[in-house]
Design a protein around this ligand. Structure first.
Ligand code: 4AD
Ligand code: MG
Length: 450
């Protein structure tokens, strides 16, 4: 048993539950919270969590000082504790180890009269979202946030290690990028400004300065969509490359996504286990990915309708709806890259296909298992005249776009880029029903609290 110092702490080394396997047979100190506990007569089985994992402790009445037993007995869920104990390997235990408790210091005891509101029984999603500031403590939610962090790390790593320079576009902007109907207005000292929908237009500028760039930040959409795929505030990572055409962009997208998924498999396997993700499906995510022209995708949708898989017939020329994307993306075991949509349903800045200008040189990457679009991108219009007429045709304020037109006045080149929404990628990689669990505090049509 470690020596107890005057302050009540012990000399046992501080570690984390994730690293506990390095201390078998030793006494260690953990700082965390009581996740749950079971009591059976003279035996207590407190389960501790510390943010890196959970571990079951064991305290026998005869084996620990009376004050330790008393402190643990009846201790309330989510009370904060500093605990020491000896690490024992136990093949049957969750995580493979147990802690024979030696000392415990209760940092804050949750009062019995005002218990932790999220019990270990089932709660409804609204109840949990209203208490999101506490819900993030659950092992499942913590695991999702760890996987999210790995996805963001690996995404940035892919670009950092492939010659891209990170350049940060502004969040306060004078004009729309992705269409005017989804803007959040802000009062900018008496002028109207907007929260950015995408950093794209600005990183087209930095791409022509630096060659290969990316941006990574929050983006905003005021669309009144209540689907499981829409947030009003989400994080987007966007590469933009000078002298890259659509073919180059497709290759970039498939290599980028493969890197992210393989990194999650390598570095977050325990977390994938906690959330019960089928990892065989993720192991298949390796470049190259299937490519489909919009026209071919339409044929598949028509056939699916004939065969009774889709309720509504697909009308050629439209963008895909959620059920269409869901069906298309469930036909492949890896992301499918749908390219060359009709220019009319896509953004003003997309380069027309030189083979047939009715189509845009664009791509939507649809994640498998029915997840739908996770990446949208295109080759950009490089002709000054065409871009100017597109801006006018879309009724956008030409003055706000003069700087963007400058990029076609001075050394215009073919260039391409895409954007990936982090939350959609997390939902797919974690196998989640809804994007609201993929970000610490989701902002949706109906929720801005907590
Ligand atoms: O397809 P989008 O609208 O494309 C753009 O914004 C381009 N300017 C990007 C570029 O080419 N640099 O959005 C890109 C991605 C989508 O594929 C999706 O993953 C995500 O951003 N996204 C959303 N995620 C959550 N909630 C929303 N409301 C989203 N809207 C787009
Ligand atoms: Mg899109």
């Amino acid at each position: 048993m470690p020596e107890i110092t005057a302050t009540g702490t012990t000399t046992a080394p501080l570690t984390t539950i994730a690293n506990i396997g390095q201390h078998v047979g030793q006494s260690v100190k953990l700082q965390g919270w009581l996740y749950n506990s079971r009591e059976s007569g003279k035996l207590l089985f407190p389960i501790f969590r510390d943010g890196t994992g959970t571990i079951q402790g064991v305290a026998h009445k005869a084996g620990v000082p009376a004050e330790v037993f008393d402190a643990l007995k009846g201790l309330t869920q989510e009370s904060s504790v500093i605990v020491t104990g000896k690490v024992r390997e136990d093949k049957r235990a969750h995580g493979g180890y147990e802690l024979d408790v030696e000392t415990v210091e209760v940092v804050q005891r949750v009062p019995e009269a005002d218990p932790y509101p999220i019990t270990l029984k089932e709660h409804g999603t609204d109840f949990l979202m209203e208490r999101r500031h506490l819900w993030v403590r659950s092992p499942r939610q913590s695991a999702i946030l760890r996987i999210r962090a790995e996805i963001m790390r690996a995404a940035a790593e892919y670009f950092d290690s492939n010659g891209f320079i990170r350049t940060d576009p502004p969040i306060l902007t004078p004009a729309a990028c992705e269409g005017t109907s989804t803007l959040f207005p802000v009062d900018y000292f008496g002028d109207e400004a907007f929260l950015t929908q995408s950093g794209q237009l600005y990183i087209e500028s930095t791409a022509l300065a630096l060659g290969k760039v990316y941006s990574f930040g929050p983006t905003f959409r005021a669309e009144k969509s209540k689907t499981r795929r829409h947030l009003t505030e989400f994080w987007m990572i966007e590469p933009e490359v000078a002298f890259m055409d659509l073919d180059g962009l497709l290759e970039l997208a498939e290599n980028f996504l493969s890197h992210i998924v393989q990194s999650v498999l390598k570095n977050r396997l325990p977390e994938l286990g906690v959330i019960g993700r089928d990892i065989e499906k993720l192991k298949a995510i390796n470049a190259p990915f299937p490519r489909l022209r919009y026209d071919e995708a339409c044929e598949m949708l028509n056939q699916a309708h004939k065969d009774g898989h889709l309720e509504a017939p697909f009308e050629y020329g439209n963008d895909f709806g959620s059920p269409d994307e869901t069906w298309l993306s469930s036909q492949f075991d890896r992301p499918v890259m749908v390219h060359r949509y009709p220019a009319d349903v896509k953004a003003f800045y997309m380069e027309p296909d030189p083979q047939d200008p009715k189509f845009a040189m664009c791509v939507d990457v649809l994640a498998p298992e029915g997840y739908g679009e996770i990446i949208g991108g295109s080759q950009r219009v490089s002709s000054y005249e065409l871009l100017k007429s597109r801006i006018e045709h879309h009724g956008l304020p030409i003055d706000a776009f003069q700087w963007y037109l400058d990029l076609r006045r001075y050394g215009s080149v073919p260039h391409s880029g895409f954007g990936m929404g982090i939350e959609r990628a997390v939902a797919w990689i974690c196998g989640l029903e809804h994007v609201r669990e993929t970000i610490p505090f989701a902002r949706t049509l109906n929720r801005i609290y907590p």
